[in-house]
Design a protein around this ligand. Sequence first.
Ligand code: NAP
Length: 298
Amino acid sequence: MDTKVGFIGLGIMGVPMSRNLLKAGFDLSVWNRTASKMDELEKEGARTGRSAAVVAEWSDVTITMLTDSDAVESVMTHDFNSVIAGAREGSVVIDMSTISPSVTRSIAEKLSEKGVHVLDAPVSGSLPGATSGTLSIMVGGDAEVFERCLPVFRAMGRVITHCGGSGMGQVTKLANQIIGMGNLAAMCEGIVFASRAGGSPDSLLKAFGAGAANSWMVENLGRKVFDGDFAPGFMVDLAQKDLRLVQEAAAELDVPLVTTPLVSQMFRAVQRAGNGREGIQAYVKAIETLAGIQARAN
Ligand code: NAP
C-alpha cells in the first residue's frame, strides 16, 4: 500500500499491531525508546528511525502506542526529537495509547497549529486482539480524517467506531474500562466463592461462558486464574493507571462512581504485594487474601 505508516512504542501491544500493519502491506517505519525492541520488526521488513521525529517525517500516518499521558506528551511535543518536530503538514497522527481525554485535546491543539490532523484511537481487546488484528478501536476526532484512516485501522482492528470529536475515543475507552474491570472483579469473586464450595474449573468456566455471566474476562482470563498463569497481557500497573484516569475524568464531569474506586483499591493491594507487573487476572490474589483461601492450582 502507498500509505507510509510510522509506529512509535513497541511494547506488549505495539509489536503485534505493527506486525499486522506490515502483513497488510503498509510501508512501515518504527521507533522505540529501547532500541533493541526494534530489531525483530526490522527483520520482518520495517524501517527503523533514530527518533520519533524522524519516523513522523517519513510517515503519512504516525501512530503512538505508549504507556501513559506523560509518555505521550513527551514523545509528541517535548523537543526536537518529538513527533511535532517531524510531522508534515497534512499528515495524520493517531494516538492509540490510553491517556487522559484533556491531555489528548491539548496535544491535538498543539499539533493542529502545525497543520497536522490528530485522532485519538485507544483500543480494547488486549494482547489476543492485538495479535489477531481484532481490536475494538474507539476513535475521536474529525470524521473525514477518521474515514481516510480506515484502511490503517482495519489492519489492526475488527470493529472501528467513530465516537465523536477529539478526546471522545479516550472517554469511550475509559467507560470501557469501568465495565471491563468491574467484570474482572466480579469474575474473580465468583471463582473464589465457587472454588471454596468445591466447584471444578472446567464446569464453572463452561457454565459461566454459556450464560449471563459470560464476558471477555471469563473467556480470556478465567482459565488463567485457575491455572495460576499471571503472565501479563494487560498489566495491573496499567489497569491502575486507567482507573486513575477514569476517576480524574469523573471528578471533572462531577459524576459519582462506586465500583471503580473499589476495584482500584483492590488493585492497590495487588500492587503492594509486589504484583503490579503481572496481568490483571492477579486481581484474584487480593480476593484470595481476603477470603483466606486459594482458588488456583499454584
Ligand atoms: P508496555 O508493554 O508497557 O509498552 C509501553 C511502551 O511505551 C514501550 O514501547 C515503552 O518504551 C514506551 N514508553 C513508555 N514511556 C516512554 C517515554 N517516556 N518515552 C518513550 N517511550 C516510552 O504497554 P502496553 O501494554 O503495550 O500498553 C500500551 C498502551 O496501550 C497503554 O496506554 C495501555 O494502557 C494501552 N492498552 C494496553 C492493553 C494491553 O492489554 N496491554 C490493552 C488496551 C490498551 P520502552 O520499550 O523503551 O520501555
